[in-house]
Ligand binder design. Structure first.
Ligand code: SAM
Length: 240
């Protein structure tokens, strides 16, 4: 899968995506990305990419021309029609389900806004998906873009090793994951739950399922409305 990230600050993207599991996946050729500098496409002789908003008001607006030309250069290289995501606080809230959906694409273009935002006319022409990473306003779309690239890349087959498998993770079956423990057995007088040392895999699985249910009820009760719950789960939760 290839990500084309249209941005005024390519170094923000490269600094994050070059490391850890995503960096390794890029090195192995399982995913690739290109941070495309929108400024390289401006036709303005002073390299300007923004201007004052029509109608007045605070801040600057990113202009349509350089964004469109940067997008066109990426879209031309992508294989066929390509989904184009604009990162914006006005979009649909990003989710694990959306990450899985995007991971089915061969190419994805991500547009990062800055300043007050982007001229609406270019958005109307190129954007297929409006995505927000939460109900707060950031200074630019670069951090949201790397959040999306990270979450989507993890869903691309082969990016996670078996040891990092995402199968039991939070949101996989609509629940939060159970708590995790590692060595030592006792730390700051806190012992690891004895069941995890028992070697009884069935009991461990049951305990983890219960913890997952209790944790979801405590921290994200909204998820229980749509989670896949068995009769046994409902009993644990005292739903009956
Ligand atoms: N004036 C815009 C508004 O009220 O919707 C906010 C502009 S914001 C300061 C600058 C850029 O940051 C946006 O164009 C967008 O690309 C990005 N951004 C800010 N918050 C975001 C969020 N929660 N999710 C995704 N992108 C965001």
């Amino acid at each position: 899968m290839k990500f084309y990230i249209l941005t005024l600050f390519p170094e923000m993207i490269e600094n994050v995506l070059g490391t850890s599991i995503i960096g390794r996946a890029v090195e192995r050729g399982m995913i690739s990305y290109e941070a495309i500098n929108i400024r390289d496409f401006t036709l303005d002789k002073h390299k300007k990419v923004d201007d004052y908003p029509y109608g007045g008001g605070a801040g600057m607006v990113m202009q349509a021309q350089p964004i469109y030309d940067a997008w066109e250069s990426a879209a031309r290289r992508a294989d066929g029609p390509v989904r184009t995501v604009y990162l914006t606080p006005q979009g649909e809230t990003f989710s694990q389900a959306k990450a899985k959906e995007f991971a089915l694409e061969e190419d994805l273009i991500l547009l990062c806004g800055h300043y007050e935002g982007v001229d609406e006319r270019v958005l109307e022409e190129i954007v297929t998906d409006y995505i927000s990473i939460g109900d707060y306003v950031l200074t630019g779309g670069e951090l949201p873009a790397v959040v999306v690239v990270d979450a989507v890349s993890r869903m691309v087959p082969g990016v996670l090793s078996n040891r990092e498998s995402g199968e039991t993770e939070s949101f996989e079956d609509g629940l939060l994951e159970y708590p995790q423990y590692s060595r030592p057995e006792v730390w700051h007088d806190r012992a690891v739950p004895p069941i995890l040392l028992s070697g009884n895999h069935q009991k461990v699985d049951e305990w983890r399922r219960q913890q997952s249910l209790f944790r979801t009820r405590e921290r994200r009760p909204d998820l229980l409305k749509t989670a896949h719950l068995t009769e046994k789960d409902k009993k644990y939760l005292n739903f009956e």
